[in-house]
Structures are given as structure tokens and as C-alpha cells.
Design a protein around this ligand. Structure first.
Ligand code: 5AD
Ligand code: FES
Length: 339
């Protein structure tokens, strides 16, 4: 299978074959269960200046940080709703101290059966070690692109996330990464390399979604211009997203692959379902209280912005049932071998 050829394939009949292969591979390796990971966006403060992101330090959205009681309230809902995991995500916010996060992780691990995933940015290795020690099971850090030049351009001053992912694996975390699809300056060659790298890193989780321009960012406003020919540029559309989801499943048979919120944002009607039938096996219902949700604006018009935790759980349960799949039980760890 040549990844690059698939990325440029236009024939609907051929693409139907790709969706079918991805769905069969998903079924054979991870089964029909769709795992639910409750997402809690615990702070939108961030010190980074990522050129695509609406909550970067370059912007001035209203900022919030959830307190322990608010977070534990969401955790309780996750248990009530039968979710297997909570994902605590934030900008890179050092007011979320090592100790405080460690305490929170310990508390969740002691008081609930939930798996705990952290997604708190490029934090120093010592902190990642301490949080693992406290009981955190998984860490999410998208490398966004494997093209070093493009990475530098859109992440001024950032660390090498690929090295960090290898360190996280050494610490025995389940590791999750991924990329945005259609970043200005992203070529078909580099996107094919990204998918190859998912397999090389032996990722436990791979999240991919379309790049959605945020007008108040250097990349979204056109201030940063791509340095590639137009015919090399990957589009940030729905079909390309399904191709990447499907090819990721074919490259990483047993990985947990979410049908992402960004995909649901560009096709609110059935983007989630199409992701799930073209390779994905995970969804991440949002648990963040609505008043904070609308401030976690990494990109505009985000799906679920006006919904409550209850509405997201009902919505996703309905969508999963409608496509004949079942809700996963337990933590939903990566399966190490075929079913
Ligand atoms: N469009 C799509 N996805 C985005 N992310 C951040 N900004 C955008 C955007 N403008 C994604 C990044 C990040 C994840 C949390 O959200 O891939 O890793
Ligand atoms: Fe939030 Fe559908 S998942 S409204």
C-alpha cells in the first residue's frame, strides 16, 4: 500500500475500497466496541505561541482555570455515564503545578475505576515522571507534523515532541499523538511521512482532525504564508480526513483512534459516524461545564460548544447505536494483539 497514492486518490470506487479495508481492519483488531473518553478542558491558559491555536499566548480570550471541586464534579459524571476514561486537557499552564496535578490524579485513581489521560502540553520530563508515578495512565501530545521546517514555523520555541513521545513511552505511559490535516504548508509527502511515523512510534492512540483556520491567529489570518506549490498542498477537508483516519488504521492495526471533534465540526450531521465507520473506534464526549467550554476556542465554531455533558453523552450514545456498534466497557486500553 502506497500511502501517498491513496492520499491523492480521487476515484470514488477506489475510495469506497479504502473505507471498507479500514473498517474490516478495525473490526478484526479492535472489534465493534466504541470507547468513550470523557474530556475535561481544565484550563485555557497557555504559554505557547502555536500559530494555529486560538488559545495561544498570542491571543487574549477570556481565561479560566477549573478548581478541584469543579473537576471532581466532571469526574463523578464520567463514572455515572459509564465512561472508562477521563482526559484532562489544558493549554501549557504552569499554574497547574506538578504537585496539584499529581494530587488530582491520585485522587481520581483512588476514588474511581477510571483510566486517567493527561494532555497538558510540553511539560518537563520530571513532571511527566511524577504524574506517571501518581497513577496517570496515558499522555496525549500531537506532534502536528513530521516536517521539521513546518513544525518550527508553526511552533516557535517548541520542544521536539517526537523525542518527548519516546520518553513518555519509556515511562510506560500509553502514548497518544497525531496531526492536523491540511495545515498551510503541509505536503502530501509530509502527511504520508506522518502516518508512517505513527506506526514507527508504535502509538497507542492516534488522533487526527482537519485544520480549521482561526482568523485571529498568524496562520489563520494568512500572516504566515505556505512555502510550497499549490498542487503539493494537502486540503483541510472532510474527505482528506477520512483518508487519513483509514490509512492510520491500516498502518496501526490495534491503535485506539478517535473520531474527533474537529471532524464533527466540519460535518456536524454525520462526521462522527463516518469517522467511526472508516477506521475509528473511540469518541471523546465533552464533560467541560458549558461556561468554560465556550472559552476553550482552539478553533472557531467548535462542535458541542453549547451542549451540556448530559447532551453529549446522549448524542454520542445515539450515534453509536445508529451505526450498529456497541459502547466499550472498562478502561479501553490498547489491545496488544489481534482479537
Ligand atoms: N484546527 C484544528 N485543530 C486544532 N488544534 C489546535 N488548533 C487547531 C485548529 N485551528 C488541535 C491540535 C492540538 C489539539 C488539542 O487540537 O492538533 O494538538
Ligand atoms: Fe456533543 Fe454530539 S457529542 S453534542
Amino acid at each position: 500500500m502506497n500511502i501517498q497514492t491513496w492520499l491523492t486518490e480521487k476515484d470514488p470506487k477506489k475510495l469506497a475500497q479504502l473505507w471498507q479495508m479500514a473498517d474490516t481492519t478495525r473490526q478484526t483488531n479492535v472489534g465493534d466496541a466504541v470507547h468513550l473518553r470523557g474530556l475535561i478542558e481544565i484550563s485555557n491558559n497557555c504559554i505557547r505561541k502555536c500559530a494555529y491555536c486560538g488559545i495561544s499566548a498570542l491571543n487574549t480570550p477570556p481565561r479560566y482555570r477549573m478548581n478541584t471541586a469543579e473537576i471532581m464534579n466532571c469526574v463523578t459524571k464520567a463514572v455515572e455515564f459509564g465512561y472508562g476514561t477521563v482526559v484532562m486537557q489544558a493549554g501549557e499552564d504552569y499554574a497547574l503545578t506538578t504537585k496539584w496535578i499529581a494530587g488530582l490524579v491520585k485522587r481520581i485513581k483512588t476514588e474511581t475505576p477510571l483510566a486517567v489521560t493527561l494532555s497538558l502540553g510540553e511539560r518537563p520530563l520530571q513532571e511527566l515522571e511524577d504524574w506517571r508515578e501518581a497513577g496517570a495512565d496515558r499522555y496525549l501530545l500531537r506532534f502536528e507534523t513530521s516536517d521539521p521546517k513546518l513544525y518550527q514555523q508553526i511552533h516557535p520555541g517548541s520542544n521536539d515532541r517526537i523525542t518527548t513521545l519516546k520518553q513518555l513511552k519509556q515511562l510506560d505511559y500509553e502514548i497518544g499523538s497525531g496531526v492536523m490535516i491540511g495545515i498551510p504548508g503541509q505536503t502530501y509527502v509530509s502527511l504520508a511521512n506522518d502516518i508512517q511515523l505513527f506506526a514507527e512510534l508504535d502509538l497507542d492512540m492516534v488522533g487526527v482532525g482537519p485544520y480549521i483556520p482561526h482568523p485571529e491567529t498568524p496562520l489563520g489570518s494568512g500572516q504566515i504564508k505556505p512555502e510550497i506549490a499549490i498542487n503539493e498542498q494537502v486540503p483541510n477537508n472532510e474527505e482528506m480526513t477520512y483518508k487519513v483516519v483509514a490509512l492510520t488504521r491500516l498502518a496501526c492495526h490495534t491503535a485506539n483512534i478517535p473520531s474527533t471533534t474537529a471532524l464533527a465540526t466540519i460535518n456536524k450531521m454525520n462526521g462522527r459516524e463516518l469517522g467511526l465507520t472508516r477506521g475509528a473506534n473511540v469518541v471523546m464526549p465533552n464533560l467541560t461545564p458549558p461556561k468554560y467550554r465556550e472559552q476553550y476556542t482552539i478553533y472557531p465554531d467548535k462542535a458541542c460548544i453549547n451542549e451540556t455533558a448530559e447532551q453529549c453523552q446522549n448524542c454520542l450514545r445515539g450515534r453509536i447505536a445508529a451505526i450498529g456498534r456497541e459502547i466499550g466497557t472498562g478502561a479501553g486500553n490498547r489491545k496488544t494483539s489481534s482479537l
